[in-house]
Ligand binder design. Structure first.
Ligand SMILES: [Zn+2]
Ligand SMILES: [Zn+2]
Length: 329
């Protein structure tokens, strides 16, 4: 079968690999659509997270169950599914408490074991989630990144009266705007991004105002840094009002220098947000299938799996016009 594998920074290739075998508790899934995530770009640019080279990348997908192992219950061929792609260590304090997204050694499929940029993937039945068969599989492929946004909304306890600013209109930023609006009733969301194409998308998904940089002197009760750079984090803190909250939702590729006195003097709370819970993932699939959250505007392109390397080149380019690219198998 075809798979997109990582060979080194800037080097992903479409190669032929063996179709995976599956154990008695595993499910063989025919991948329908797989999304390229920001973390895949961290791998592509810097070789972060990935354990084996070469490795089949990818952790966001929808697919259809093809075959099931002899001990699998509750799943059958033909079921439309997504999966929880987290690979927690199951041994650290967080894992023992069931808080898998804060696992000290958290890995993902596509990083520590073969991922979903392939025609087939085999996964343990416990991580496979059945989704409504009537749902659009293309849209449901965004369940995983939407779950990240749902975790941010939960951590931020968004209220309709909040005045929110978001820096960085990449997929996670845009999905957070969508979820804050559709599920929490937030109406004041200012989005800042250098890319005009992304600002146009931010407007489409419900931002109340957009700008390249947050206006000088303007403060917000809750500010999200979804861009993950020193400059954007400092901007987020400096635009948070006294006793307000700054949320950090990105993995930073480079070190950070933060004006900590700005944080102390205004008593700002800095909150980290990492991935999601299994419940967030199930809810994300639900609100996509029932139409509560429309993720369609985020899908910039659907390319065949064989053009995976081209998709990475587009996303990693400085242009930054593209939001989510899906690979179709
Ligand atoms: Zn992802
Ligand atoms: Zn752990």
């Amino acid at each position: 079968m075809e798979a997109i594998q990582y060979y080194g920074p800037g080097d992903v290739r479409c190669v032929q690999v063996e179709r995976p075998s599956f154990g008695p508790r595993e499910v063989l899934i025919k991948v329908s659509y797989a999304g390229i995530c920001g973390s895949d770009l961290h791998i592509y640019r810097k070789g972060m997270f990935i354990q084996n080279i070469p490795e089949t990348m990818g952790h966001e997908f929808t697919g259809v169950v093809q075959e099931v192992g002899s001990q699998v219950t509750g799943l059958a061929p033909g079921d439309v599914v997504i999966a929880d792609p987290m690979v927690p260590c199951m041994a650290c304090g967080s894992c023992r408490r069931g808080s898998y997204n804060t696992c000290e050694a958290l890995g993902f499929i596509g990083e520590v074991r073969p991922g979903c940029f392939a025609e087939y993937i085999a996964l343990d039945q416990d991580v496979v989630l059945k989704v409504p068969a009537a749902g659009d599989q293309k849209l449901l492929a965004l369940s995983e990144p939407l779950a990240v946004a749902l975790n941010i909304c939960r951590r931020a306890r968004f209220q309709p009266e909040d005045r929110v600013a978001l820096i960085g209109a990449g997929p996670i930023g845009l999905l957070t705007v969508l979820a804050a609006k559709a599920l929490c009733g937030v109406t004041h969301i200012t989005v800042a991004d250098l890319s005009q194409a992304r600002l146009a998308l931010a407007r489409r998904v419900g931002a109340s105002s957009v700008c390249q940089r947050l206006p000088e002197g303007q403060k917000f009760s809750k500010v999200i840094d979804a861009a993950g750079q020193s400059a954007t984090l400092n901007a987020a803190v400096s635009h948070t009002e006294a006793n307000g909250f700054t949320y950090v939702v990105s993995i930073f590729e480079d070190g950070v220098s933060l004006d900590i006195n700005a944080l102390v003097s205004a008593q700002i709370t800095l909150v980290g947000c990492n991935v999601y819970t299994r419940e967030d993932l199930a809810r994300a699939a639900q609100v996509i299938s029932d139409g509560t959250v429309d993720v369609e505007p985020l899908i910039s392109q659907v390319l065949p799996l064989s053009q995976g390397a081209e998709a990475f080149r587009i996303l990693a380019s400085r242009e930054k016009g593209a939001a989510k690219i899906l690979l179709r198998t």
